[in-house]
Design a protein around this ligand. Structure first.
Ligand SMILES: *Cc1c(COP(=O)(O)O)cnc(C)c1O
Length: 360
């Protein structure tokens, strides 16, 4: 049975004000006029799907999410095409991942069609908020929280709220692509075997803040996460996945359960093969990274994720010292993949894999 959505649209932000806000949006700061909410209860399943005005949620202070962190989220973008249509990139992959995260956190699965319909409704209502121009997008943030009111923690919550909010996003790199520097932390872990590292849940983010501060103290932009057991194998970088480039061969850490299966990561693996490169999943140690970079075998390193798409890594630092990737400038393979991926999203490159979904 498909979910009935109710539609309560508001007049919203005046055109001139919206145009001012869209001119140079600060990421994550400016909400659009609407949001979608869908409730779940043990008796009713998913119900009360509604598009309504964006605004505060009123929750009892004893609501479970505030105390026990049962929360998951997604992040994806919508793009305005030259013909005025609005598209998204692999939203079905985000729907599937939300449900994998939900399963890990003992939360109910949301039918994929309801997830997509929620996005379509919000994009349609807020279509004027989708900026045009290279690299600009509307960032969509679906999330789910436990809403049972009780401090008792015996079992999973008996009620949930799924919501989608959105904010305009400007191009990640305003003045050309800039390589970042990374700190390989051995003091902190992001995830361990059997933990929640493969789920996109809020708690995974809270735990990274102190390591990110440590990276900044070491003069680095981002943290690289190593495996929790040996502190030797590379997992991820900040809140992105990571790729190592050996000439025309790419290697990215395999999905061992401690890292997040990025939609961008999966897309890069496929695109690399389309471009005639070899792309494989494997295991890279800190010693290997350092030795291969010194020897010049490792030619480039980049991170990937929805927010920045593809970002070159120019310099790495650990307790053992510091090393550079190539000449520290963005490498040709990194930039080729970046151009290809962003070209598919903007419509300048063919969509060979059916990744582009028309949303409005
Ligand atoms: C969201 C996320 C990514 C990137 O996933 P995309 O689907 O490519 O945006 C990578 N690592 C972590 C920890 C994440 O939360």
């Amino acid at each position: 049975m498909s979910l009935e959505f109710s539609d309560h649209r508001v007049t919203g932000t005046p055109d001139a004000e919206r145009a001012r806000l869209l001119a140079d949006p600060v990421f994550g700061e400016i909400p659009t006029d609407h949001m979608v909410t869908i409730k779940w209860s043990a008796e009713r399943g998913w119900y009360d799907a509604r598009l309504g005005p964006y605004g505060p949620l009123s929750l009892d202070p004893a609501t479970q999410v505030f105390h026990y962190g049962q929360e998951i989220f997604e992040g994806l973008k919508a793009y305005r095409r030259a013909d005025g249509s609005i598209v998204s990139f692999r939203p079905d992959a985000n729907a599937a991942r939300l449900n994998r995260s939900a399963a890990r956190m003992a939360m109910p699965a949301l039918p994929e069609e309801a997830f997509l319909e929620a996005l379509r409704r919000l994009i349609d209502a807020d279509r004027d908020w989708v900026p045009s121009g290279a690299g600009n997008s509307l960032y969509l943030r679906p999330f789910m929280i436990a809403t049972q009111r009780s401090l008792a923690f015996y079992d999973a919550s008996d009620s949930y709220l799924f919501a989608v909010i959105a904010c305009p996003a400007g191009a990640y790199f305003k003045g050309g692509v800039e390589p970042v520097s990374v700190w390989l932390t051995t003091d902190y872990s992001r995830a361990a075997d059997g933990g929640t590292g493969a789920a996109k849940c809020g708690g995974n983010y809270a735990g990274t803040l102190v390591a990110q501060r440590q990276a900044a103290e070491r003069g680095c932009d981002q943290v690289v996460w190593l495996d929790a057991k040996e502190r030797r194998w590379i997992d991820e970088m900040g809140t992105s996945n990571i790729f190592f480039v050996y000439g025309d061969r790419l290697v990215t850490p395999a999905l061992t359960g401690t890292l997040l299966a990025g939609v961008t990561r999966d897309s890069v693996l496929i695109l690399a093969r389309d471009l005639g490169l070899t792309a494989e999943e494997g295991r890279i140690s800190v010693e290997r990274w350092r030795a291969d970079a010194h020897a010049g075998r490792l030619t480039e390193v980049f991170s990937c994720g929805t927010s920045s798409m593809i970002t070159p890594v120019g310099r790495a630092r650990s307790e053992q010292g510091e090393w550079r990737m190539g000449d520290g400038r963005p490498g040709p393979v990194t930039m080729r993949l970046r151009t290809e991926l962003m070209g598919i999203q903007s419509g300048e490159r063919p969509d060979r894999h059916g990744w582009i979904h028309k949303m409005a």
